[in-house]
Design a protein. Structure first.
Length: 204
């Protein structure tokens, strides 16, 4: 999942983006609010950040950190929703088998793309600050503290429907929307060939 200028922006998104992996800020049916509470949403993100803090400061190899990061993503995020949201309109014509293959490839892509940046966060920490219901979802505010840097806000968006997180906002910037642009650009470079994109994402 911004140290200074553009480089800082990429670093902040990178460390946390993979976590979430990404999705749109969907408005879910109002009755879904009964599924979880703000406290449960906050508890979920508390577990997420505890796991991430453990990975960041584990001293493990990069390969191990990426693997562990992928496990956190799968455990706490709505991976299918995030992946298909990142694919966006380009997924409308995709077959069921293509969507399934893309979701699997996207999961590995996210783990590599963001998990490899964890070393930049060693010695830092992520802490839950508060949570609130917003329409039919929950937003959980966290603060990320990097060594020698000013803390910055990251908001996890949790689905009221299934209690998993579906997006992250790093200082107001949606990770899902950022990834949708990136995936769209990748598809454009491959002339819209989704199968080619899937193969390249799997290859790393």
């Amino acid at each position: 999942m911004r140290m200074m200028g553009n480089q800082t922006a990429m670093t902040r998104r990178a460390v946390l983006g993979g976590l979430a992996g990404l999705s749109v800020l969907a408005l879910l049916p109002g009755r879904a609010l009964a599924a979880i509470s703000a406290e449960k949403a906050e508890s979920l993100i508390g577990k997420v950040v505890n796991d991430i803090n453990g990975i960041i400061n584990s001293g493990a190899s990069e390969a191990t950190m990426i693997k562990n990061f992928e496990k956190v993503f799968v455990r706490y995020a709505d991976v299918d929703f995030i992946a298909l949201s990142a694919l966006g309109p380009d997924g409308r014509s995709a077959s069921a088998s293509q969507k399934s293959a893309f979701i699997k490839a996207f999961r590995g892509y996210i783990a590599r793309r963001y998990g490899s940046r964890f070393r930049e966060f060693q010695g830092g920490s992520i802490n839950v600050v508060s949570s609130k219901a917003v329409k039919s979802r929950f937003e959980v505010l966290t603060k990320t503290q990097l060594k020698g840097k000013s803390p910055f806000d990251v908001v996890f968006v949790v689905s009221a429907k299934n209690g998993k997180f579906i997006d992250m906002q790093v200082e107001g910037i949606s990770i899902v929307k950022s990834e949708r642009k990136e995936i769209g650009a990748m598809l454009d470079r491959r002339k819209g060939d989704l199968n080619k994109l899937i193969a390249d994402l799997k290859a790393g």
